[in-house]
Design a protein around this ligand. Structure first.
Ligand SMILES: Cc1ncc(COP(=O)(O)O)c(C=O)c1O
Length: 431
């Protein structure tokens, strides 16, 4: 490990000398030349061959030999973001004066507008949070609910959109109803109807995961949001498993609030997240945190929800190169690639006798997560064996005794085949 000030960071070769980083940043090219490489690769490889995706993968510092298939939990970021983070942090720490820090304002504004463009929203509808958990809690704790009001949840919600509500309900006296969805034969209509039949005249909010992290089921949020709006019910959509994985447009989805983590599928800087507040739905929510800048942010849509005090300006600015990568490949193309990886996984797993796949196959109600059980071995043992014996990062499943795989654009079809070989070996050994 070497001294970062010496021009190399942690002894790795990828880091540009500081002078070069600053030159690039000064030229407004936070992404550096690597973005150009992606773009030209995109143009040259219209057929989406593996060569293109291999080039994408080269932009990530993933340890050689490791197959990471746990994007639903945490994603690696890529060199342009790392370079940007290092260069900006070095710049900031070299001069923490008000004057130097003021230079970050344009890149922070750019981060907000790039996020807005990416999700199909306006910049004033976007607050930059630390993660989905924080964004969910801003809505949970900010809505003025009391006795007689009801919030409807999905039993598959993440704690930050389930326990957060029950704790709040205990304090404020409203009630919480959890809707369970069946397993087995499912369809978008069936899922929608299951929620609609649980809405009552007391329901004020429907708060659900867009895509469940424990089953991989994706809810038909456009039709649910529309139905809720007709009933004057607010919608909070936890998009931790859809932001960065699906080709989203939040205006089209029509929800009131949408949350996500940029360190998951968008592969952005750690501890950055997003809260979308549909224009017109911001006055229904009290800010949980009020800090410097609140008075000017108050009339500015979602901006009033991010006066948290001192932030990491470098991390927020480094959202820009993260958005650059997503934009240079394209949301639609990323979703198609993830679906292709999952489809190959699914086919291979189905061919292993005795496996059971929990995640529905219908692309209208799934995304990039695959959850399945294996014969003769518990999920946690298989998860451990995958990492220990095969250098594959996955997750144990919690709803069934199984494994969760969530591939991303840094995975190749060869990675998928390696995972399938590993699963066959593990199942064979367990017999
Ligand atoms: C659906 C869902 N919501 C929220 C979270 C929490 O994300 P974070 O820890 O980034 O806040 C997760 C994490 O896996 C999740 O799957």
């Amino acid at each position: 490990m070497r001294n970062p000030v010496a021009g190399r960071y942690l002894g790795e070769q990828w880091i540009l000398p500081r002078r070069e980083v600053l030159k690039r940043l000064a030229a407004g090219a936070a992404l550096g030349t690597l973005g150009g490489k992606w773009l030209s690769a995109t143009a040259q490889d219209a057929a989406d061959g593996e060569t293109f995706w291999d080039q994408v993968r080269e932009q990530f510092p993933i340890r050689p030999g490791l197959v990471m298939m746990n994007a639903a939990n945490l994603c690696p970021t890529h060199y342009p973001v790392l370079e940007s983070l290092f260069g900006l942090t070095r710049d900031l720490d070299g001069d923490v004066s008000f004057q130097n820090r003021a230079r970050f304002a344009p890149s922070k504004d750019q981060a907000r507008s790039r996020l807005a463009t990416y999700v199909g929203a306006n910049p004033q509808e976007i607050a930059i949070t630390r993660n989905t958990t924080e964004a969910n809690n801003i809505i949970v704790n900010g809505l003025d609910l009391g006795a007689g009001d009801e919030v409807v949840l999905w039993s598959e919600n993440h704690e930050s959109n389930r326990s957060a509500w029950t704790v709040r309900a205990r304090r404020r006296g409203f009630s919480v109803r959890e809707v369970e969805t069946p397993t087995g034969a499912l369809s978008a209509d069936l899922l929608r109807d299951r929620f609609l039949e649980n809405l009552t005249t007391s329901t004020r909010v429907l708060a659900v995961s867009h895509v469940s992290n424990i089953s991989g089921i994706g809810l038909p949020m456009k039709s649910l949001s529309e139905a809720c709006r007709e009933r004057n019910i607010l919608t909070l959509v936890d998009g931790a498993q859809s932001l960065g994985a699906l080709d989203l447009n939040l205006h089209d989805m029509g929800c009131d609030y949408f949350t996500g983590s940029l360190h998951k599928w968008p592969m952005g800087p750690k501890e950055t997240g997003l809260l979308y507040v549909r224009s017109g739905s911001e006055d229904r929510v009290w800010p949980s945190m009020v800090g410097v800048g609140y008075d000017t942010a108050e009339g500015e849509g979602a901006l009033k929800f991010e006066t948290f005090g001192q932030r990491d300006d470098s991390a927020i600015s480094a959202i820009v190169p993260a958005m650059d990568l997503l934009a240079s490949i394209g949301k639609e193309r990323i979703e198609a690639r993830l679906r292709a990886l999952v489809a190959r996984l699914r086919r291979g797993i189905e061919a292993i006798p005795g496996t059971s796949i929990l995640t529905p196959a219908d692309s209208a109600i799934n995304a990039s997560i695959l959850i399945f059980g294996l014969p003769g071995i518990t999920g946690s043992d298989a998860f451990e064996a995958l990492y220990r014996d095969h250098d594959i990062g996955s997750a144990p499943a919690s709803l069934i005794d199984g494994v969760r795989l969530s591939p991303h654009i840094y995975n190749s079809m060869a990675d998928v085949d390696r995972v399938l070989d590993a699963l066959r070996e593990i199942v064979g050994r367990a017999k």
